[in-house]
Design a protein. Structure first.
Length: 227
């Protein structure tokens, strides 16, 4: 499979945030989100066999733990990434899959925790989430909405209610988008939507969502890669 990078860091944006995690970033994406911070994964990378990826994960985290499969869009390499997830589960890793939900998710092993990033209107990629993937969700999965403004918030709020997401998944994450070119200051001044404003909206509407900040951008320089 085509791999951009494999590295160990702290998980940054889910209910697993703060935990040590090995990231396996697959190359290639079929979307172009306006706030994407992973454009370096669109092209290039290197071809690695399943065994080479497993060996590198084991080197970084020899005694199990959390592994996140991310991208790009990892499900574009479904033929290779499904066996990778199966083998990681067999080796007793806890596996997270970060995906836009644009590709079918029916073949993802049921033990994998899906973190599905449903694209909002101002992502530049609205309506790309495949609604049939709602039926693949399991109680341990998480749905994430990256928000830039009130329009995005209202879309996410209404989507949560319309599809009764609180009954389907473990967590619904509302995350302010970060400026794409942010660097230097490690604070929320780089958020495109003020977290305080978002917090007020969530409280006013009593949305069953949790405010989620990308903690890796508050710990390290927002422009840093491999963290
Ligand atoms: S789906 Fe993810 S990797 Fe692809 S453009 Fe959007 S944010 Fe970037």
């Amino acid at each position: 499979m085509q791999i951009t990078e494999i590295y160990k860091s702290l998980q940054g944006e889910s209910t697993y945030a703060g935990l040590p995690c090995v990231f396996v970033r697959l190359t290639g994406c079929n979307l172009r989100c306006s706030w994407c911070d992973s454009e370096f994964s669109f092209h290039g990378g290197k071809k690695m066999t399943l065994q080479e990826v497993l060996t590198e994960v084991a080197r970084l985290s020899p005694s199990g733990g959390l592994v996140e499969i991310t991208g790009g869009e990892p499900m574009l390499q479904e033929r290779d990434v499904i066996p990778l997830m199966e083998q990681l589960l067999d080796a007793d890793y806890q596996v997270l899959l970060e995906t836009s939900g644009e590709r079918p998710l029916a073949r993802v092993p049921k033990q994998v925790i899906k973190i599905v990033d449903v694209k909002c209107p101002h992502s530049g990629e609205p309506d790309t989430f495949a609604l049939e993937n709602l039926e693949t969700l399991r109680p341990h999965d998480e749905l994430k909405f990256v928000l830039t403004d009130r329009t995005d918030y209202e879309f996410a709020r209404d989507f949560v209610v319309r599809h009764r997401l609180a009954e389907r998944v473990h967590a619904i994450l509302f995350s302010p988008a970060f400026e794409k070119a942010a660097s230097g200051a490690r604070d929320t001044s780089h958020c495109l939507l003020d977290p305080q404003e978002l917090a007020q909206w969530i409280l006013e509407d009593n949305v069953p969502a949790r405010l989620s900040l990308q903690i890796h951008k508050l710990i390290w320089d927002p422009a840093a890669k491999g963290v």
